[in-house]
Write a protein that binds this ligand. Structure first.
Ligand code: ATP
Ligand code: MG
Length: 168
């Protein structure tokens, strides 16, 4: 599923502020129409990352989790962002029944929590972000899953110091 020859980027996110900053740091590299999946257990920080991204774009309203609504639609700075959460699906066919496919066909950026719950129907991702609880904080792995995603990853510049392979 993942594009070969691209190592994942590994980030350490010691606190919520770091997760928010990570979300904001994605803004310059995301392109219209991209699909970003957000994997990780309950409470791993997926919604927090989306909140950071939206705030970074200038979105001033409360960012609600789409757990009950399946999708929250945001239009900010001329971009459409579709934030999904499929946690409550009992079976992936519910994705098809919900008629959500058209969100993935336009220029909106799709951010998807619990993508596994909609597999195999979910359109393929460009970037896969995996969040994990790591002590009091979180860690994140960013994988490119398409050529477009690989370009994103290449251009990504975290706004904070991160690396699993510190140079010193
Ligand atoms: N890097 C971090 N370090 C410590 N706490 C964090 C970090 N990032 C987010 N959190 C906290 O984790 C909690 C859960 O975050 P969030 O709601 O974003 O998780 P989620 O992955 O969306 O969960 P769910 O699967 O239930 O939707 C929040 O209280 C948030 O402040
Ligand atoms: Mg969430």
């Amino acid at each position: 599923m993942h594009a070969p020859n691209h190592n994942p980027l590994i980030l350490s996110l010691p606190d919520e502020v770091a997760t928010l900053a990570f979300g904001a740091a994605l803004i310059p590299v995301l392109q219209p129409g991209m699909v970003v999946t957000l994997e990780g257990d309950l409470g791993a920080g997926k919604t927090t990352l989306v909140r950071g991204l939206l705030r970074g774009l200038g979105y001033g309203n409360k960012v609600k989790s789409p757990t009950y609504t399946l999708v929250e639609v945001h239009t900010v700075s001329g971009l459409n962002l579709y934030h999904f959460d499929f946690y409550r699906f009992n079976e992936p066919e519910e994705y098809v029944d919900a008629g959500l496919d058209e969100y993935f066909q336009g220029d909106g950026i799709c951010l998807v929590e619990w993508p596994d719950k909609a597999a195999p129907y979910l359109p393929s991702a460009d970037l896969c972000i995996r969040l994990r609880v790591d002590g009091d904080g979180r860690s994140a792995e960013v994988h490119a899953a398409s050529e477009r995603g690989a370009l994103c990853l290449k251009n990504f510049q975290p706004l904070f110091s991160v690396s699993s392979n510190p140079i010193r």
